[in-house]
Ligand binder design. Structure first.
Ligand code: HEM
Length: 363
């Protein structure tokens, strides 16, 4: 008779996984009760990071085609929806970590020596694959965040840096959006005329209703608003903004993202609009995670330096702003005008954006 096999444990390699919680605090002194939670916490994060990278593999593979097949959009959205759901969980999960008191953390902190989440190479891969460049990073350890990684991990990061990030891929995909310029239709020209009408109407209203200092303050604010729009209307202005670090996205990509945002109800733009919204969710959830993690760090360690050697809380709070990736998509909201004054799309363009069914024989 053959021995019954525990297929469940075999399949999940449970013996290996459940043997991987080996606290260090008991080795030289008294074991600290909360170290188990600390280990399991980091391990579950690393497992989810693995899943996020797995989803990104597929998304980036599909985006690497010179023309992204329409049929790829649904799986791309599904994968990104999953990444968003995972990241929501990773933020909420911190509630459990907060059941650990600072004193309980202190009881095993020394035994961690220099081990720190700073050395999470999977987290660095996620950041890099999404589009965080080395030059964007806060220069701790002279910008060599991967200096302490094993050589093959450093190579993995370097390889990811060489390949287009999701940011680059989305920018290139946006820049290829055909409807920004279609025949005689130039989106930015039609939009510029609408923006001018809105701002002219505002100036007229100010002149009618205000005088003296109030009027000049209002007119200069309107003029400032007009100049702000030059970034999307004038390529040279946009390039200047790029050099000054105000924008990262290409001029064409930026226009396409704005077109998609403004006309997102058109059938052909619905999926691209959903994609942009999901990308912003990812960016926002990463920032939320950074914020909550920084607060926990402050709660646990006050202003002490981290086990990884950074300034701790101060460093983590700085990453919150500096390590955002898709800020350009948020910047788009600066350029929106109200729907009632939005110029309608020319009929020829609009009809191309709809679903068209062949005239079949009928039921
Ligand atoms: C008691 C709980 C925690 C404390 C006190 C803490 C503390 C810190 C500190 C001080 C840093 C800055 C680097 C350094 O100098 O060490 C850091 C970085 C980091 N930690 Fe934690 N951490 C905690 C929990 C976690 C958890 C559960 C994760 C999940 C994987 C995590 C992941 C990270 C990551 C990815 C970084 C790098 C962040 C960056 O450089 O942007 N940490 N942590």
């Amino acid at each position: 008779m053959t021995e019954p096999r525990d297929l469940y444990s075999d399949y999940l390699r449970l013996d290996r996984i459940l043997d991987a919680q080996q606290p260090w605090s008991g080795q030289g002194g008294a074991p600290a009760h909360d170290e188990m939670l600390f280990i399991i916490f980091h391990q579950t994060y690393e497992l989810w990071f693995r899943q996020v990278l797995f989803e990104l593999d597929d998304v980036q593979q599909r985006f690497s085609a010179s023309v992204v097949d329409d049929h790829d959009m649904q799986p791309i959205l599904a994968r990104l929806e999953r990444v968003v759901a995972i990241w929501r969980l990773l933020v909420r999960q911190l509630d459990v970590l907060e059941t650990m008191a600072p004193q309980d953390f202190l009881d095993f902190r020394e035994s961690l020596r220099s081990a720190s989440g700073f050395q999470s190479w999977q987290f660095r891969l996620i950041e890099t694959r999404l589009g965080l460049r080395r030059s964007d990073r806060i220069p701790v350890f002279h910008g060599q965040f991967d200096a302490g990684f094993e050589p093959h991990r450093r190579e993995q990061i370097a390889a990811a840096e060489q390949r287009p990030s999701l940011y680059d891929q989305i920018d290139a995909w946006l820049a290829r959006t055909p409807f920004v310029a279609w025949g005689d239709y130039k989106f930015w020209e039609a939009y510029r005329a609408a923006v001018d009408r809105v701002l002219d109407a505002k100036s007229d209203a100010a002149r009618r209703n205000l005088s003296g200092e109030g009027l000049s303050t209002e007119l200069s604010a309107i003029e400032q608003g007009r100049r702000k729009f030059h970034v999307i209307f004038d390529e040279a202005e946009h390039q200047k903004g790029q050099r000054e670090g105000l924008w990262r996205m290409s001029w064409r990509g930026l226009q396409a993202a704005l077109l998609i945002t403004l006309y997102r109800q058109e059938p052909i733009l619905q999926m691209p609009a959903r994609l942009l919204s999901l990308i912003m969710d990812v960016d926002e959830l990463l920032a939320l995670w950074r914020y909550r993690h920084a607060l926990i760090t402050q709660r646990m360690m006050g202003m002490a330096i981290g086990t990884g050697g950074s300034a701790g809380y101060g460093y983590l709070m700085a990453t919150l702003e500096k390590h955002r990736i898709f800020t350009d998509l948020y910047g788009l909201a600066t350029y929106l005008i109200p729907s009632p004054v939005l110029p309608p799309l020319p009929e020829g363009v609009r009809s191309l954006m709809g679903y068209r069914y062949g005239a079949g024989p009928g039921p």
